[in-house]
Write a protein that binds this ligand. Structure first.
Ligand code: ZN
Length: 502
């Protein structure tokens, strides 16, 4: 299903430096790994319990920014990306790696390469090692935090920890990757900052160290001064967030190693004067780069995941037309549940939808609240509207969606057609916000879902422009309700309500 790994780089570069550090630390004392501790850390949705985790800046993002289309959880530390996990529990070693997949190849390829290289180097280092027992196995653990700044920069902080019976202590490391969301280009500090920012970093890091007596109580205040001197090489690990710019430091660089990875944040208002533009303001959500496939025949692979986009309350010449533009561009299908008395206002829209392979159903004659109607009136709501559709298109359609999704026993008895409801409600009518609509779908949608939208809002049409290529990129086929149930071998029965095709 996933196409993310297709582009995985095969060239494995040994990150021997990473492990040399561990070997330098190694002593003759054989230290037993606490296997239970590791397994526990694997089950947490946060980085391994290293000082790295506890030193993260607290986050306080606005609800608006938290609604970004990639946002995965509400803890504020995994704002972008869907977590992919690689884990194994082998005789001689074990590892657990959580890393983000965003759907933007330019970003995913770099993070994937980092993960692959790290894992390959880890395996290589212990290729000849035979563990005398399960408790004496080397392990590698990786997790991440991800942040969105404005709508233009994605930042990822990867936390590594590995240990072996040969090491005195687990080795910890932090890595950062920052990208422009507009083009996927990885960001160097000089791409976004100008002026004496290195002096600022040096000054602020020194203040940070000196404000924490634990950092130098045994070593003297100047012991790690070279680690925060005004040298660009001291500040290569950074991540942006809406809080500001966070500098990250590996163990032993600015403080004694037992303190682990350290970080602190220079607040947005303090760092902003050094930026070449204001990254904290919103720019538009980028449209995913997916090849358009409108020249081939439409085929459905029943073994691959699929979802049904459905639109209610139309037709509308303008907004339904915009949605059809997107569906045509990517050769995708959707189902339109139209309101009968609106059909004569835009019959050409319905005919265009049918030409593109879309399906049409009835959403009642005048969007009545059916539960307040008598049986006969409920029946006529659909018979009248299906007549209007037949008049406009020359065809008879047999799917309905009740207004407000009402499906009381009385309604279900009166409606002599399959009633198609939904499993994902985008609440597009409520938010009228492109990002909020996308956020209801992206990263949450599953095979067989029916997604509810309304083709009468510009914001919905705008969201569809991004939603369609995003879902295609995630490996979903976009099909009509009827096509989906047929592909899944589920019979659409009269007078029965369907919420998904699972
Ligand atoms: Zn409706």
């Amino acid at each position: 299903m996933s196409t993310y790994r297709k582009n995985k780089r095969n060239s494995i570069i040994m990150k021997t430096v990473l492990f040399a550090l561990g070997l330098v630390l190694s002593v003759f004392i054989i230290k037993k790994i606490k296997y239970s501790d590791f397994m526990q850390s694997m089950n947490q949705n946060s980085p391994v319990s290293t000082p790295c985790a506890s030193k993260l800046p607290s986050t306080n993002y606005s609800a608006e920014l938290n609604s970004f289309l990639f946002q995965q959880d509400t803890t504020g530390t995994k704002e972008i990306g869907i977590t992919e996990t690689i884990t194994t529990d082998e005789n001689n070693l074990y590892y657990n790696i959580n890393y983000p997949v965003t759907g933007m190849d330019a970003i995913d390829n770099i993070i994937q390469a980092d993960v692959d290289n790290t894992l390959a180097a880890f395996k290589q280092s212990f290729a000849d090692y035979v563990a005398p027992n399960a408790d004496a196995r080397p392990y590698l653990s990786m997790d991440y935090h991800s942040f969105l700044t404005g709508d233009s920069i994605a930042s990822f902080v990867l936390y590594l920890q590995y240990d072996s019976p040969n090491y005195a202590n687990p080795v910890k490391e932090v890595r950062t990757h920052n990208f422009f969301l507009t083009n996927g280009k990885e960001i160097a500090l000089s791409d976004i900052l100008i002026g004496d920012y290195i002096e600022l970093f040096s000054f602020r890091t020194k203040s940070y160290v000196n404000a924490n007596p634990n950092f130098y109580i045994h070593t003297g205040q100047e012991e790690y001064a070279s680690g925060y001197s005004a040298d660009i090489n001291n500040f290569t690990k950074f991540a942006l967030s809406n809080n500001g710019l966070t500098l990250h430091f590996d163990p032993f660089t600015i403080a004694p190693g037992e303190l682990g990875c350290l970080s602190f944040t220079i607040p947005a208002n303090e760092i902003l004067p050094y930026f070449i533009y204001d990254p904290f303001k919103n720019v538009d959500v980028p449209v995913p780069d997916v090849p358009t496939t409108n020249n081939g025949p439409f085929t459905i692979d029943p073994d691959k995941p699929m979802v049904a986009l459905t639109f209610d309350d139309g037709p509308n010449s303008q907004t339904t037309g915009k949605i059809l533009d997107t569906l045509e561009k990517y050769n995708c299908h959707a189902t339109f549940f139209v309101v009968g008395n609106l059909v004569p206002t835009a019959p050409h829209v319905l005919n265009r939808a049918l030409e593109l392979g879309c399906d049409i159903g009835s959403h009642s004659y005048n969007h009545a609240r059916l539960s307040l109607l008598k049986k006969d009136n409920i029946k006529s709501q659909f018979s009248k509207s299906l007549q209007k559709i037949k008049k406009a298109t020359g065809k008879k359609y047999t799917l309905v969606r009740t207004p407000y999704g009402e499906h009381t026993p009385k309604i279900m008895k009166s409606v002599k057609y399959p009633v198609i409801l939904w499993s994902i409600d985008t609440e597009d009518w409520k938010s009228r916000n492109k990002k909020k609509i996308l956020n209801k779908v992206i990263g949450k949608v599953k095979d067989g879902d029916i997604i509810l939208m309304h083709d009468i809002y510009d914001t919905t049409a705008d969201a569809v422009k991004i939603m369609v290529p995003k879902l295609l990129k995630e490996g979903f086929q976009l099909v009509t309700v009827r096509e989906m149930f047929e592909a899944k071998g589920i019979k659409l029965k009269k007078g029965k309500a369907f919420f998904n095709a699972r």
